[in-house]
Design a protein around this ligand. Structure first.
Ligand SMILES: [Ca+2]
Length: 215
């Protein structure tokens, strides 16, 4: 083989390699890599779990037939610092219901931690005061579905009717974290709806509300 022919072959292989690589690199988000930044728009924040910044032992999986794109699975138990981190720009202060599109594998492993800027999520008690919760849970198995139910102590009054919220004290940057509490707990999408909006997200939920900004 002549040296010129060999040179053209090497260039051809390099070109094929580059062409094959670039489409896969676009839009690919790996756990732990810099993620999207989200924004509140019209009282809604919508975020794919796989677009969070994953810290610690979360595994990216899917897509499955019932998931919105890919999803994240917790692989550690009660390690709050193993968390999906969502950076969000809020246009205004307010109280937001935290809807999780998720599923659990058993009633023993059916919950996660939820915090905003390091403070645990809250529910309104029977007296109308906001109280911190242990976390958020779902009893949905096998197929992804929406849940807004708190994980609270068994003696918490009216616990079945309570709904998990986070309270945003001022406009601007805030950080929502979903911490690992149950092995095998899966989260597909997270949607925040302002307090006046009491409806459950439908289907796979609203389009992602992505911000052009960078933190
Ligand atoms: Ca998803």
């Amino acid at each position: 083989m002549g040296s010129r022919r060999a040179c053209w072959m090497v260039l051809g292989v390099l070109a094929l390699f580059a062409a094959g690589r670039s489409p896969r690199a676009i839009g690919q988000v790996q756990p732990g890599s810099p993620s999207k930044v989200f924004q509140e728009a019209g009282g809604v924040v919508s975020m794919e779990a796989e677009h969070a910044t994953a810290k610690g032992k979360w595994k990216e999986e899917g897509p499955d037939s019932g998931s919105s794109g890919r999803y994240m699975t917790a692989t550690s138990r009660r390690v709050k610092s193993d968390a999906l981190r969502f950076d969000i720009v809020f246009a205004g202060a307010g109280t937001y219901w935290v809807w999780l599109r998720g599923l659990c594998t058993s009633t023993e492993d059916n919950d996660c931690f939820v915090s905003l800027d390091g403070a645990p999520a809250v529910v309104k008690d029977d007296g109308g005061s906001w109280k911190e919760v242990l976390g958020e849970k779902t009893d949905i198995k096998r197929v992804f579905g929406w849940s807004n139910e708190p994980k609270v102590e068994k003696d918490f009054p009216g616990r079945k009717q309570k709904r998990v919220a986070v309270r945003v004290g001022a406009p601007g940057w805030h950080t929502l974290e979903i911490g690992s509490r149950s092995v095998g707990f899966k989260i597909d999408k997270v949607v925040l709806l302002e307090e006046g909006n009491t409806s459950m997200p439908a289907g796979t939920g609203p389009e992602e509300t992505v911000s052009a900004g960078r933190r």
